[in-house]
Design a protein around this ligand. Structure first.
Ligand code: NDP
Length: 453
């Protein structure tokens, strides 16, 4: 593709997206994630030929490497099962590939390419030396026994282990990959290689994990929200919060919101949402943690236990609130949802999940002056803490909870500052633009330093 100086930013964006869609047919999530970035980066580099001429953005959208493999395992009845495994190694310009593993029946290559691309910008924003990657499988752990999950994880790692390493690629958890799965995956890697290294993060505390890792994504999304509200001259005290999801990110976001004086009135899972107008309490949150992590039950059971409303098949965006945190999955908040939130008085949105808001929904928030934190900034706390877990593993030390919490708070504050620096538009902050440009510059400069690779 040659460089054409006569094109306007809009024409350049159109040409760029046409090429990307042609090269990656049918990968709609990936197209969406790239478009969200390109729409702010192309105008930014329009008058910067040192980024434009060497086609840095084109190179960033072509992953360094993609590995796919068969994962063959036996269920409890002795039936042979076959799943597909993936690892997308997107960009290692500023450090080893780093990003989670997702086990969910909806996982496709497109999902993982979008997540790996986003991860590259997110990891750059943390200021830590981590490249971007993502992996996973279409394996569905719902209804599987612990032994079946173990056999699947062992089979998955047997293949994945050829492609990862503490200096090469360091996976972590994501949807469907929590403490149980990380334990099985790490154990199998150790058995295969006869090495105890920090090849995964999100590990248990007894085998090299870091304090605060479990909490970090949810806490970080709330810290970012706190900073956005401060910028608007207000705080979380007394605010009503609506959250989707009831997994790792959602539950710890809820915990931190409560600690900072907000009232959390919803949580959800893929079957619907609960609305508790009195708000969650510590006791209710402990019930959810046990329900989801030990009994692996459904959120509707909370409604029965506490006599509140369960709304089947819907996300919670129709519930009036001051702040909203989508913490379940991608594209769970559309244009109509965004309009409902704005109409009901929502002033800030912090994305705990990856790309949970459709582009048309983002446009509604930006037009209405809602402080909107895109996932690559808002949920970077998890991978930041993973970076700190890698540092602790390399040095064979463990840092104290209070120090890690402070580092997490500082990192989220710095990401907010970066977004303000690159996203200020008059008296408004465009956090989407700020996060994209802030994440882009470091990776782009490293790529330029390496020449044509
Ligand atoms: P979990 O597996 O712990 O929880 C996922 C939650 O989302 C569950 O409540 C699940 O419900 C719900 N969910 C999943 N798919 C859907 C769907 N299609 N529709 C509605 N609800 C759905 O995952 P995490 O909390 O770890 O991850 C949540 C989001 O946060 C993801 O986007 C992930 O990429 C992102 N993230 C996670 C990080 C981490 O550190 N864990 C770091 C950065 C981002 P159900 O049980 O019914 O499936």
């Amino acid at each position: 593709m040659s460089y054409d100086e006569s094109l306007s930013s809009d024409q350049e964006l159109e040409r760029f997206m046409n090429g990307l869609i042609r090269r990656n047919p049918g990968e709609e999530d990936f197209h969406q994630a790239v478009h969200e970035v390109a729409a702010t980066i192309i105008p930014y580099i329009h008058d910067k030929p040192h980024y434009r001429i060497p086609h840095i953005l084109e190179r960033m959208t072509e992953p360094d490497r993609i590995v796919t493999f068969r994962v063959c395992w036996e269920d409890d009845e002795g039936n042979v099962r076959v799943n597909r495994g993936y690892r997308v190694q997107c960009n290692n310009a500023i450090g080893p590939y780093k990003g989670g593993l997702r086990f969910h029946p909806d996982v496709t290559l497109s999902t993982l390419k979008f997540l790996a691309f986003e991860q590259t910008f997110k990891n750059s924003l943390t200021g830590l030396p981590m490249g971007g990657g993502k992996g996973g499988s279409d394996f569905n752990s719902k209804g599987k026994s612990d032994r079946e999950v173990m056999r699947f994880c062992q089979a998955f790692m047997t293949q994945l282990s050829r492609h990862i390493g503490q200096n090469t690629d360091v996976p972590a958890g994501d949807i469907g990959v929590g403490a149980r799965e990380i334990g099985y995956l790490f154990g199998q890697h150790k058995r295969l290689t006869n090495e105890f290294t920090g090849v995964l993060t999100g590990k248990g505390l007894s085998y090299g994990g870091s304090l605060v890792r479990m909490e970090a994504t949810g806490y970080g999304a709330v810290y970012f929200l706190e900073d956005m509200l401060k910028e608007k001259g207000t705080t979380l005290e007394g605010k009503t919060a609506v959250i989707s999801g009831s997994g790792n990110v959602a539950t710890f976001a809820a915990k931190k919101l409560m600690a900072l004086g907000a009232k959390v009135v919803t949580l959800s899972d893929s079957s619907g949402y609960i609305y508790d107008p009195d708000g969650l309490t510590e006791e209710k949150l402990n019930y959810i943690l046990e329900l989801k992590n030990v009994r692996r039950g459904r959120i509707s059971e909370y409604a029965k236990e506490y006599g509140v409303k369960f709304v089947e098949g819907k996300a919670p965006w129709e519930v009036p609130c001051d702040v909203a945190l989508p913490c379940a999955t991608q594209n769970e908040l559309n244009k109509e949802d965004a309009e409902a939130l704005v109409k009901n008085g929502c002033i800030a949105v912090s994305e705990g999940a990856n790309m949970p808001t459709e582009e048309a929904g983002v446009a509604v928030f930006l037009a209405a002056g809602v402080a909107f934190a895109p996932s690559k900034a808002a949920n970077a706390g998890g991978v930041a803490m993973s970076g700190l877990e890698m540092s602790q593993n390399s040095a064979r030390i463990s840092w104290a909870e209070v120090d890690l919490n402070k580092q997490l708070r500082d990192i989220m504050g710095k990401i907010h500052d970066t977004c303000v620096l690159y996203g200020r538009e008059g008296d408004h902050i465009n956090y989407v633009k700020g996060a994209n440009i802030g994440g882009f510059i470091k990776v782009a400069d490293a790529m330029l330093a390496y020449g044509v690779l």
